[in-house]
Structure formats: C-alpha cells, structure tokens
Design a protein around this ligand. Structure first.
Ligand code: ASP
Ligand code: MG
Length: 414
C-alpha cells in the first residue's frame, strides 16, 4: 500500500462537474489499494474574486483579516469534493490547515510552512478515509490563519508529501505537463517526460506558471519527485526529479519568453566606485527585484546603467526609482516597456561550450538585436524588442532542435 498526495488546481475543481471528475480520479487511486491525501485549491477564480471584494473596501487591508477571507476559498472546495466522494460511496473527510495543524511563520499573505502535524491525517487514513486538505493555508503562532502566497497550494502538497513521507506527489491542473516551449507559440513543442528541479525552478521563475517556485525548492531540498499532469485526461505528464545523468541529456531543454519586463536606464551617473552599489542597494531596500543589468560607459566619466524589473514591480516602484536616480545625480531616466526576455534553459549547458554563442548567432542571423544578456549555469537570457519575442522563441526552438530532442534517460511514468 502506497501513500499518495494528489493536488488539484483551481481549474480542475472549477465547477461541480469538474469536482465530480476529481472525485472519480481520487477514488480510482484509492481503489488501487492506496492511501490518498488530496490537496485542493479554491474553485476557479475564487481567490481573485475575494481579493476584488476586499479592494472594494480598502487597498491596504489588515493582513490578518485578508488571510481570514482568502482561506475561505479552499474551505468551499474541500467540503464539496468530500461530498462528491461520499456520494460515490466512499469515505472522505475534509480538513483545514488549522485542523491539520499546518504551522507557519507569522508572515500573513506569504507565510512559510514550519511544521506539519501528521497525527490527525494518519488517524483518518487508518480509518480508510480519503483525506482532503485545504491548500494555501496554515496557522501561525497565535493560531490565526495565514496564507502561503498566490499559487501556494502546490507548496502545501509538497510539504505534506515530505511530512508524511509519501510515495508519490502528483500535481494536477489544466496543463498536460512541462513543454519545451509554449505550444501556443510553437505548435511542434514537445512535452518533456522529465525535468530536473533546477530547470523547473528556472522555468517557474521565468513565468511558466505551472508550479509555485517554493514547491519546487522544497521538493528539491527533500528529494521528492513531483508528477505534473492534467486532471482532464490520462495522458502521461512530466516528472520533476533529481537528474544525475546530465551528460546524456541534450544541452538545452526549453525556451521561454517573458513579456512582463521593463527596461530602466539611469542615464549619465558618475563613473566612480560605489555608484552601482548605491543604486542597487537602494532598490533592494525598497524590495525592488532587479533582473538583468548592463552598464555602458558614456563620455566625460559618465555611465548609463540599465536594469530590468517586472512590470508589476515597476508600477509600484516607479516613484522610488526616479528619486534614487536623482540622488545619484542622473539627469534623465529612460523607460522602455517594449522589451521581452527570451531564455534558453538546460542543465546540460554547464558542460557544453558554445551554447550561448549558438543562441546569439541564431538571433543575429534573424536580425534580432540583443539589448542585454544574463547567464547562469543553466540559463542564458537575452532582452530583445517585445514584437520579436514569439519569432525569437520559434527560431531558438528550431536552432536547438527541441521538437525532436532525444531525452536520453527514460522518464519513468508513474
Ligand atoms: N487559491 C490560491 C490562489 O489562487 C492558492 C492556489 O490556487 O494555489 O492563489
Ligand atoms: Mg496553481
């Protein structure tokens, strides 16, 4: 008998028909003789609607009350799912984060899980029940509800899998798995049988919103495999796991683009030690997350420093950016919203020379100008004009032959 944690996202439980479908899938697993713990998100766009309600009252709600409100979404879906399971003749029980005792820190709205008490869950499982747990929520040291940040139910699922020592952690949503790139941009994009934690983390942070990045970090830290698949069919999905046999893999696994970047250029700051330090520490002090950076020498000992920030962050921090620039003596700040970041990601890159050069050459041949570059061990990103983004993705997907990649190591479909 295995212990399985299954998580179903908001779309998968978006209406009663879909909840009944999930009930059927959960029961199917239970009938194989396994113990099943299910984590669910709130139905459809419930959380967005709750946030809208809150905003009709205030833009700055009391964080405790905000969490009290937001945790209700998941409470609806756990109860309905249990009823649907019971209606098909099986035993099920729903539990909130507080009933389980999912202990978090005190950071309302973006709490981190500190510990989970397994006892109630194990007791219910021993009685032959399917246990359905509210995702995205926990309780803090004062026993008040906390939430884990948007998309946090994935993290609840992985944390439960770690705490219970589950045999499998499966995350179901409306996507079939992880693709070499967005199939809407490149129809011949291919679903990957497996992907490493690090690659998945890069993709999650680059905007492939399939998994909450913290859930991947947690899975990596505890070496828990995550199986990602659709709740709307039984096609094999993608396994996120530790992959040691990198040499066998292709050097590039996927291509992504992110159109949510803004390029900020702080013009003509003095070319002397300490200026960049000052600029970026001030940005950090204001929680402004900087992504790509480039510095150009102007003339008369003046530099232009450009960096990119996420569009949402930019709107929030526009004023602060202008203030900091003025403090540094910059006469002008240039803002370019017409940019996109295209990236290639692949764990095999570390050991394969020339990958970045191939990327730059392919973009250059296509007449696409590169404005900024950043690299890590497993990623190369280029900032280009936004209108070229989709074409760049198609070109790179072809350049690295991702449509007919041989994955080398066989992914084990569970
Ligand atoms: N319901 C929450 C949200 O919409 C948590 C989740 O779905 O994972 O962000
Ligand atoms: Mg999600």
């Amino acid at each position: 008998m295995a212990l399985i944690v299954q998580k179903y996202g908001g779309t998968s439980v978006g209406d009663i028909e879909r909840i009944k479908n999930v009930a059927g899938r959960v029961i199917k697993e239970y009938k194989r003789g396994n113990q099943v713990v299910v984590v669910v998100s709130a139905m459809g766009d419930t959380t967005d609607r709750l946030i809208d309600l809150m905003k009709e009252i205030t833009d700055d709600p009391d964080p405790r009350e905000a969490d009290m409100l937001l945790t209700t979404g998941e409470q609806v879906s756990i109860a309905l799912l249990c009823m649907a399971i019971q209606d098909k003749g099986y035993k099920a029980i729903s539990l909130t984060g507080s009933q389980v005792k999912i202990k978090t820190d005190d950071c309302h709205n973006r709490a981190e899980i500190m510990a989970i008490d397994n006892s109630r869950i194990l007791k219910e499982l021993e009685q032959g029940k399917i246990v359905v747990i509210a995702g995205f929520q926990g309780i803090n040291s004062r026993d008040d509800f906390t939430t884990l940040g948007r998309g946090g139910s994935d993290t609840t699922a992985v944390a439960l899998a770690v705490s219970l020592g589950a045999d499998r952690c499966e995350i179901y949503s409306d996507v079939d798995g992880i693709y070499t790139t967005d199939p809407r941009i490149v129809p011949e994009a291919r679903k990957l049988d497996y992907i490493s934690y690090d690659e998945m983390l890069e993709l999650a942070c680059l905007g492939a919103k399939v998994l909450h990045p913290r859930s991947v970090e947690l899975a990596k830290a505890y070496n828990v495999k995550i199986y990602i698949a659709s709740s709307f069919n039984y096609k094999p999905g993608t396994i996120v796991e530790r992959i040691d046999e990198m040499e066998k893999r292709n050097n590039v696994t996927g291509v992504t683009s992110d159109k949510d970047e803004v390029k900020v250029t702080v013009e003509k700051v003095p070319d002397k030690p300490g200026i960049a330090g000052k600029l970026f520490s001030k940005l950090a002090e204001h929680n402004i997350n900087v992504d790509m950076i480039i510095q150009n020498l102007q003339y008369n000992n003046l530099n232009d420093i450009s960096f990119t920030v996420n569009k949402e962050d930019f709107i929030k921090s526009k004023k602060v950016i202008y203030e900091i620039a003025e403090e540094l003596g910059s006469p002008q700040v240039d803002i370019d919203t017409n940019v996109a970041k295209v990236s290639i990601v692949g764990a095999g890159m570390i050991t394969t020379p020339g990958v970045a050069a191939r990327m730059f050459t392919a973009l250059g041949k296509a007449g696409i100008n590169i404005q900024m570059i950043t690299t890590s061990d497993i990623k190369v990103s280029c900032l280009i004009a936004e209108e070229e983004a989709d074409r760049a993705v198609r070109i790179l997907h072809r350049t690295f032959e991702l449509a007919d990649i041989d994955e080398g190591v066989e992914g084990q479909v569970q």
